[in-house]
Design a protein around this ligand. Structure first.
Ligand code: FAD
Length: 387
């Protein structure tokens, strides 16, 4: 495709989705400019920083729309090569682990719940195995002796989202891309100087600024509707925040793989951190973690793996999952040269490689990859705003 020279490709948002897209654009010869609202040195309000990093299409198969499960499986298959490339280009580890997920049940009701989950996973053709109590303890000796059964999803992996985001940012810069921190976009409008381009306006360090772009990719997470004029007026791009709290502990490793119960999950990191999550709350943009949320997470974690009692408290944080009306992301071209990758809800870390590679192909090649058809914004427009 012939490149217009109205400016660079601007990516709005430097979370996992925006950075992954910028990285895939760099790999395709572009020099993207990422504008991210979070000021340098601040941790910001990104879902990426809070996320546990489970790459778990099997474990999520029961709750997610079929399109998301299918894209999740596609994305998981891309993960090893994606992480390999990012680690090579950044010379940083992304904390990728392929140890699987062990579901445990501590009573007969939960065991029956696992049977139901297994049937849902079988419908999606996912590899899961039922385990008895002895097999659970053989695999993970620190799991509660009260476990009456379990289920192993060997294909579920995990990654450290903070490390991956840092490595992506480094790889983007090394590849010629630019990342501006503290640049809050509030307006995207057709360029007044170029029929084909866009003007991205906002504030940088408190001052008004603008950038002319050949193409714009909007990947601004949960704030996309609230913060950006034009996109907010675009039917189908309404995104709401679904809050989640997470507790981080540190200490001697207790488990080798992610542990899940019907109530919580525990995800071990290569550096000894144990991430316990997560609450799901409709509370708007309320950032403060609550005593009750923390207490529930720790209580359920203690029931599943009693040894957490002796770990050191490292952090408690809350973030916002970006959710569309139907909980399926919009990964599409909204207008010539204007793209969106938004609404990744509970699976943005998992979906990052597939989203980024498919969208970068779309931006550079001009044709929508067939795998993105289910994520088109038309599904809202055709029936008066409801999918
Ligand atoms: C508690 C919790 C646990 C999770 N666990 C998992 C998990 O285990 N596995 C998984 O796959 N997913 C998980 N998720 C979901 C995942 O974190 C999100 O789907 C994903 O991070 C979305 O990425 P994003 O880049 O779209 O948004 P974000 O990570 O929120 O990033 C958005 C970025 O856009 C920037 N921005 C916002 N507004 C503007 C603006 N106006 N101008 C410029 N920049 C702007 C922000 O500063 C931010 O950097 C979890 C989420 C939560 C909250």
């Amino acid at each position: 495709m012939i490149r217009r020279d109205a400016g660079p490709t601007v990516v709005v948002g430097g979370g996992i989705i925006g950075l992954s897209i910028a990285y895939e654009l760099v790999r395709r010869g572009r020099t993207p400019v990422v504008l991210d609202a979070t000021p340098r040195g601040e941790t910001g309000e990104t879902a990426t920083r809070v996320a546990a990093g489970m790459l778990a299409p099997a474990s999520e198969a029961d709750d997610e729309p079929a399109a998301v499960v299918a894209l999740g499986r596609d994305s998981l298959a891309r993960y090893p090569a994606f992480v390999g490339a990012v680690e090579r280009d950044s010379e940083r580890s992304c904390g990728y682990r392929d140890d699987g997920t062990l579901w445990i049940a501590v009573n007969r009701d939960e065991d029956a719940e696992l049977e139901r989950l297994m049937r849902a996973q079988a419908r999606h053709g996912l590899d899961v195995r039922k385990l008895d109590a002895a097999a659970v303890r053989d695999l993970e000796p620190h799991v509660t002796p009260r476990a009456v059964g379990g289920m192993l999803a060997p294909g579920d992996h995990s990654v450290d989202p903070r490390r991956l985001a840092e490595a992506l940012a480094l790889a983007v810069r090394r590849g010629g891309g630019t990342i501006h921190a503290g640049w809050c976009v509030d307006r995207i409008e057709p360029s007044p100087v170029d029929d084909a381009g866009w003007r991205v306006g906002g504030t940088e360090g408190g001052w008004r600024n603008s950038v002319d772009a050949a193409e714009v990719v909007v990947a601004a997470g949960a704030r996309v509707t609230a913060a950006i004029e034009w996109i907010g007026a675009s039917p189908g791009c309404e995104v709401r925040p679904v809050r989640g709290e997470v507790v981080r502990l540190r200490g001697a490793p207790l488990v080798e793989r992610s542990i899940r119960t019907p109530r919580i999950y525990l995800v071990p990191r290569t550096d000894g951190e144990l991430v316990i999550g997560a609450t799901t709350e409709e509370r708007g943009f309320d950032a403060d973690p609550t005593a009750g949320g923390t207490m529930d997470l720790l209580r359920h974690a203690f029931v599943a793996v009693p040894g957490v009692y002796d770990l050191v408290f490292a952090e408690v944080s809350a973030g916002w999952r970006p959710a569309t009306v139907d909980h399926i992301p919009v990964i599409d071209r909204l207008a010539p040269g204007l793209f969106a990758a938004i609404g990744h809800y509970r699976n943005g870390i998992l979906l990052a490689p597939a989203t980024a590679q498919l969208l970068a192909e779309f931006v550079v090649g001009g044709e929508r990859p067939p795998a993105l058809e289910r994520f088109a914004v038309d599904r809202f427009r055709s029936e008066g705003g409801n999918p």
